[in-house]
Design a protein around this ligand. Structure first.
Ligand code: ATP
Length: 245
């Protein structure tokens, strides 16, 4: 029988931090790969603000720039044009490690580490001890309904389970900006709905912004804002995408 996800506890610092602060703000953001005649403009002239509490679905055809934009929002990639900053994160994600949670497209677990160790990793990289990071990892696995996988190695679990572990890892440090690149692409409809429930519930409790890239209309219909990318351009009026708090 499927293990039911448990309700998220609201951390104490959240209540004081619920204002509609911009978590990421960019102006005329661009990312071009390569140079000269072989260059590819993956993101072109994107201006937008995402506030704490926002719920955004990022849609668009394959190759339209969704992954590139998410990586720019995460601070994992550098823009080749325009500006980006993270007002609610001390200016840049690295100023407060762990305040951005990222679920990558495709497998991203370290094969030599157990599921629980993979989930604890972001906390340990930010300086937490095993004594505090492993219980937090277990709590995060419990939220996703997969605490029974804690001691498994990535090679022993299914692709869908691995995706849920990746989501548990992204939630473990209680991010204020949660970015998920097609997090439900490998999941059946029931599991996809459950995973989205957990993401929404966790981001509600954390007061975090959530941006999900998805090709699934059922997923995007459940988010308040829908952005569409086409050839690197964010269609419609760029602007503020905030949470209703
Ligand atoms: N590292 C890279 N080097 C060169 N070109 C790249 C690189 N990463 C992405 N691109 C190109 O940038 C464009 C946007 O790619 P991106 O992965 O952001 O699109 P996407 O909308 O996320 O696609 P998908 O839905 O298939 O994941 C594509 O033309 C892609 O080939």
């Amino acid at each position: 029988m499927r293990e039911a996800p448990s309700p998220t506890r609201v951390p104490e610092w959240v209540a004081a931090d619920r204002a509609n602060q911009p978590v990421v703000h960019c102006e005329n953001l661009s990312r071009t790969y390569g140079s000269g005649s072989r260059s590819v403009v993956a993101v072109h002239d994107v201006s937008a603000t995402i506030e704490l509490g926002a719920r955004v679905a990022l849609t668009g055809p394959s190759g339209s720039g969704k992954t590139t934009l998410l990586h720019l929002f995460a601070g994992l990639d550098s823009a080749t044009g325009g500006t980006i900053h993270w007002p609610a994160l001390g200016g840049h994600p690295l100023a407060e490690p762990g305040r951005v949670g990222m679920v990558f497209q495709g497998p991203s677990l370290l094969p030599a580490l157990s599921v629980a160790e993979n989930v604890a990793l972001p906390l340990q990289l930010a300086g937490a001890s095993t004594k505090t990071s492993l219980p937090a990892a277990m709590e995060s696995l419990r939220l996703l309904g997969i605490s029974g996988l804690a001691t498994s190695l990535p090679e022993q679990i299914s692709g869908g389970q691995a995706q849920r572990v990746a989501i548990a890892r992204a939630l473990v440090s209680q991010p204020r900006l949660m970015l998920a690149d097609e997090p439900t692409g490998q999941l059946d409809h029931a599991t996809a709905a459950l995973v989205l429930d957990v993401l929404l519930q966790a981001c509600d409790a954390l007061g975090a912004a959530l941006v999900i890239s998805t090709h699934d209309p059922v997923i995007s219909a459940r988010l308040e804002q829908r952005w569409t990318m086409s050839d690197g351009v964010l269609l419609g009026n760029s602007g503020t995408f905030g949470g209703a708090q």
